[in-house]
Design a protein around this ligand. Sequence first.
Ligand code: ZN
Ligand code: ZN
Length: 709
Amino acid sequence: MIKNEQQEIVVVAKEISTSVEPTNGEINTPSSVVSNSVVSNTDSSNEEGSNTPRETAPKPRHNKKPRYNKEKANQETNQEGNQENEQENNQENGEQEAPLPRKKPVHNKRKNNPNNEFPENDNSAVAWTSDLKKANAINEKSHRDRLNPHYKLNLNTNAKIRITPLGGLDEIGGNMMVIETDKSAIILDVGMSFPDENMHGVDILIPDFSYLREIKHKIVGIVLTHGHEDHIGAMPYLFKEMQFPVYGTPLPLEMIGAKFDEHKMREHRRYFRAIEKRVAYKIGDFEVEWMHITHSIIDSSALAIKTEAGTIIHTGDFKIDHTPIDGFPTDLHRLAYHGENGVLLLMSDSTNSHTVGFTKSEKTVGPTFDNLFAKAKGRVIMSTFSSNIHRVSQAIEYGLKYGRKVCVIGRSMEKNLELAMRLGYIKFPKDQFIDAHEVHKYEDKEILIITTGSQGEAMSALYRMSIHEHRHIKIKEGDQIILSARAIPGNEASVSTIINHLLKAGAKVAYQDFSEIHVSGHAAQEEQKLMLRLVKPKFFLPVHGEYNHALKHSQTAVDCGVLERNIHVMSDGEQIEVTPKYLKKVKTVKTGKIYIDNQLNHKIADDVVLDRQTMANEGVVMIVAQINENDRKMVQMPRVRSFGLVPDKQDKIFSTEIEELLELFLTNCKPGVFKNNKIFEDEVRKVVRKHCVRKYKKYPMIVPTLFVQ
Ligand SMILES: [Zn+2]
Ligand SMILES: [Zn+2]
C-alpha cells in the first residue's frame, strides 16, 4: 500500500518535472522567443557570442529576410512589454541614468553577422565595434539584465502567496512556517526548541498549532528541509492532533519514523513520501523541488517552491562546503538555474550572519583528529552532536586508522549511527564495533569511544563517565577527550562544568584550543552573499535566527543588490503577503510555545508551569482558618505555613503577622464578603500579598483555605 502510493507520487513527479522544466532551461526570456532555431539563437542579443559550435551553425540566412525581421520584431515587442519591469530593475540596481533606448538597435551591423565574427576587412562594421564607449554602455546594460532577471516575473498575475513563520524567528530553534495560497497551504518544517531555566520540569517546547487548526482544511502537506531537532522535533506532537503527507529526503523521514516508533504511532509512517532531489513535486498549488545543500547533518535540502506568483527559494539550514565528506557539495548549479529564471523571494539561514568570511569545510576537522589520535597513548573519547554523522564518521575513520576498536555509547548516538549505516549513508565494517562491556578486554590504546554529552548535559553518558557514575566506563588518567562541538548559547556553564569534571578525573581535554576541532554547519557572510548572488531574488526574508541575526543578514542582502524596501525582518506570527509587485505584512496570527514533558510525552498546561515558576522564585504561603460570620472573629488561631519565604526560625513571627492581618481584615471588610467563599479567599489573598510585598519584597503563591460558620 505504502509502496504503491509512493510509486504514484514519483510518476506524477516525473510528469511535472518535464512540464515545468523546458529542455533549454529558459522560460519567457527575450532570447527564448527567438531561440527556436539555431539561426535565431545566434541572432539574438547575446553579445558575448553564442556557444553554438560553429560546425553546427547553419549557413547565414540573408535570403530569408522577412522571417528574420519577424523574429526581431517579436524580440522587440517582448522587450517593450518588459520595459516597465526593466525600468524598475534599473531603479533596483540603484541606477539613476535613463535606460538605454530600446527601439534603436545599437548594433545593427552584427545582426547581419550570424556567427558573431568580427569582420576584419568590412569597414561598415567597424562603426560599432570600434565605438568603445557605446560598447561599454551595451555591456553595462548586459550586466543590469543579468543582475535583475525579475522582468521574467509575471507582473500581470493576481496570484498572492502568504508566508507565516510560526517559530524559528526571534529565537534559535522551533522552526516552522506556513506557505499558502487561497486554496492550499504547505507546512515547512515542524521543529522543537529547548526551555530556559525558568520553565521547571519542561523538557522541550513545541510551536503553538492554533493557526494550523484554523487553516487545517487547506493544508496539503508538510515539506522538510533536514533532520535536525529544531526542524522535525515537534512532528509526533503535531501528528497526535492532525496528519498530512510528509515530503522529504530519507534521513529526516527515518528520524521522524524513529520518533513515531517511540511514541507508539508507527502507523503514521504511511504518510511519508520520500522525494528525489532535483525533481519538482506537485503539492496543492505548489510545485516543490528539493535541492542538495551542505550542513552539519547529511541529506539536507534547500527548496524551490514554484507558485503562480513566482518561485520561492528557501535555503533550509546551510553552509557552502565545497569538500564535504560524502563528496556531494551544495547544488549551486540548480540554485543558479532558478536564479537565472527569476526568483520572486528568497528566505535564507541567518544563524551566522555576524561571522565574516567562509565557514570552514567539514573536512578541515580531519587533520585535527589525525593529530590527536596519533599522539594519544590511552583511550580516545570523542563527543559531538549525535546528528553530525560526518563528524562521527571522521572520528571512526581515524580510530580505525590507528588500530582502535569503536565503542558507541549514548542512546541518540547509537540510534543515529545505526540509522545512517542502515540507510547506506556511511559504511564501516561491523566487526570493528564493540559494546561498552567489552572495552575492558582491550588495551587503552586500542579503544575509541564515541559518545554524547558535548553540551554538558547532566544525563549524558560523558557526564556520567566523568563523575564515575557510568556502569562500564570511568574517566581516568591517560584518556584523551575530544569535545568536537561548540556550546550552544545558554549551555556554556554546563560545558564548563563537564570539562572541570573530566580534568579532575585526570583526562586530557581537547576543546577549543584547536580552531579546527569543530566547524559550524551554518553559512558565514561570504556564503550568504554567494546564495544571494546565485538566487538574485526580488524580495528577501531572512529566517532562522534571533532578530539581530536576521537584521544583520538583511544588511548583507542590501550589499548584494536587494532593495532595502524589498526586505522584511519577520517575527513569529507575522503574515507576509508577496506578489511580483509587492511584499507586505498583512496580519498577525497566534503563536507561542507549548510545554512538553518528555517522560509522559504530552503537554504541560501553561498555568502549571507558571505556578512552578512562582513557587520557585517567590515561595508559598498556606493559611487555614475558621471564621465565625456573626462576630467576625476566627474560631481559633489560624494555621500558617510558608515555604521559600522566611527562614524556619522566623516562622512564628510570620505566623503572628498573618494572624494580626486577618483580624484587622475581618473587622473592616464588607459583610457580603463571607457569602461567597471564592471572593472571600481572593480578598484574603490580596491582603496577604500586599503584606509580603511590603515587608519581604516577594510575590509568593498564597493558598488560603477558609471555613465560614
Ligand atoms: Zn536549524
Ligand atoms: Zn540544522
